[in-house]
Design a protein around this ligand. Structure first.
Ligand code: ADP
Ligand code: ADP
Ligand code: ZN
Length: 215
């Protein structure tokens, strides 16, 4: 099963991705996670991406397309994959189509997680991540058992540089201008599945499961 998870920053893509990959046994390919790891490690890619990310802007298409092209060649993608946070522009979607065509592969469904703007701001501003394992928490909605400590690995939690209020607004604006048009793009290919992303995390996952079990 080859899937795309679409949705504004803070929609719960990463949260739902964790559940999807564990049930369907496919790898999660998150361009955001790959870019953050590169920034942390100080690689050339990281140096190039950092200023865009901290300003809440998109990293250039050519950079993320290169990442995806390489990643899809790995053997763990042979039985499917979940793209989380990619594509984010029409140009990226068109390039993905070309890559998949050349591989004899195609997308089976695009799940778009719908969350209203105010909820996005609340979620992103309270998001905390584990420095060591990347697990995601929220200070009030899904807090860790001990403040600032990861339940899973004991690592320290931190707030992403781009999760500050001013940057969130910029990211939301960019989502509306550049990423939301992808819904029309995939709808015209009959791949778009919209899911209401507010409320209980497990109930949202149940809705996604019922969609995926029917494709
Ligand atoms: P969120 O989970 O909040 O939607 P991500 O972790 O997916 O954010 O992405 C964080 C940042 O990484 C983005 O704001 C952008 O700068 C960069 N990024 C991630 N994926 C892409 C992409 N497909 N195209 C361009 N930039 C990207
Ligand atoms: P994305 O990957 O789309 O940016 P995340 O999965 O990182 O989104 O979720 C953003 C924030 O909202 C995190 O702090 C997460 O714990 C929280 N969150 C995710 N889903 C829900 C939900 N259904 N209700 C409340 N908070 C949620
Ligand atoms: Zn952890």
């Amino acid at each position: 099963m080859n899937l795309i998870l679409l949705g504004p920053p803070g929609a719960g893509k990463g949260t739902q991705a964790g559940k999807i990959i564990s049930k369907y046994k496919i790898p999660q390919i998150s361009t955001g996670d790959i870019l953050r790891a590169a920034v942390r490690e100080g690689t050339e890619l990281g140096k190039e991406a950092k200023s865009y990310m901290n300003a809440g802007k998109l990293v250039p298409d050519s950079v993320v397309i290169g990442i995806i092209r390489d990643r899809l060649k790995h053997s763990d993608c042979a039985n499917g994959y979940l793209l989380d946070g990619f594509p984010r522009t029409i140009a990226q979607a068109e390039e993905l189509d070309k890559i998949l065509l050349a591989m004899g592969n195609k997308i089976n469904a695009v799940v778009s997680v719908e969350v209203p703007d105010q909820e996005i701001v609340n979620r992103v501003s309270g998001r905390r991540m584990c420095k060591d394992c990347g697990a995601v928490y929220h200070v009030t909605f899904t807090p860790p058992k001990t403040a600032n400590i990861c339940d899973k690995c004991g690592g320290e939690l931190y707030q992403r540089d781009d999760d500050k209020e001013a940057t969130i607004k910029a990211r939301l604006q960019i989502y509306k201008e550049q990423t939301e048009p992808l819904k029309k793009y995939y709808n015209s290919k009959n791949l778009l599945k919209e899911v209401e992303g507010t409320g209980d995390i497990n109930k949202i996952f149940n809705k996604i499961e019922s969609i995926l079990d029917n494709i």
